[in-house]
Design a binder for this molecule. Structure first.
Ligand SMILES: [Zn+2]
Length: 233
């Protein structure tokens, strides 16, 4: 609670990052599953087949999101850890050189030589590794990146998004699957787009229009492909 009080901006940024990631995951789930459903339904499959395809799409998409996120977060975390380890060793082996290095960074940013020396010295006295991590490596916060948590979050948000068009298949009459799923999914996308834009401080109308347009394109394309294959097969 007291940390929250001390670093309000910091926490706001992480919260927005989280929300945006969740919105993106749900977006992916809606677009890919709705497109899949519309494509299969356009091939005049039975409602049951449409549902099975949609569920398979949900599972496959969630797994793929989880795997992708796991790999990306782990490798970023590995890189940061390796950088910090190297820095820690350099600080131990040659503190004089590291002090000069940090001083030169500040000089390059416009601080005069004597003051830069003083700043570098004081920062290194407090926390040498952190000072170098921040100003030399550009790692602002030593975060323990959690790849498993990131993977689960991605999979969950994708699955929630994917569940929306699936639910529409269940509640809509067979003959209306395509229009109901398309319209409802575009509605969900627009809503999410608005939430995401609001959280990120972006233009709500533009973000909503963009996400709805691309969602509609994806569905139209797979519906077209489904229709072609449906008549051929
Ligand atoms: Zn250094």
């Amino acid at each position: 609670m007291s940390r929250l009080h001390l670093h309000p901006e910091n926490h706001l940024v992480t919260r927005i990052g989280w929300l945006r990631a969740a919105v993106l995951g749900a977006n992916d789930g809606i677009v890919s599953t709705a497109s899949l459903i519309v494509g299969v339904a356009a091939a005049t499959a039975a409602q049951n087949d449409v549902l099975i395809a949609g569920i398979a799409g949900l599972v496959a998409g969630a797994m793929s999101m989880a795997a992708g996120e796991y790999v990306s977060v782990s490798s970023q975390s590995d890189t940061e850890q390796a950088d910090l380890e190297r820095e820690r060793k350099e600080l131990k082996d040659d503190p004089e050189f590291e002090l000069a290095e940090l001083r030169d960074i500040y000089v390059k940013r416009g601080v005069d030589q004597a003051l830069a020396q003083q700043v570098a010295k004081q920062l290194m006295a407090k926390d040498a590794l952190m000072a170098h991590a921040r100003d030399e490596l550009g790692i602002s916060e030593v975060t323990a990146a959690r790849p498993v948590q990131a993977a689960l979050t991605s999979a969950a948000t994708f699955a929630i998004g994917a569940a929306l068009p699936l639910l529409m298949v269940v509640v809509s009459p067979t003959s209306l699957v395509i229009p109901v799923v398309s319209a409802a999914s575009l509605g969900f996308l627009a809503l999410l787009g608005a939430i995401g834009a609001k959280a990120g401080g972006a233009n709500v109308l533009r973000a909503t229009a963009r996400v709805t347009f691309w969602g509609a394109m994806a569905m139209a394309l797979t519906a077209g492909i489904g229709a072609v294959f449906g008549t051929v097969v």
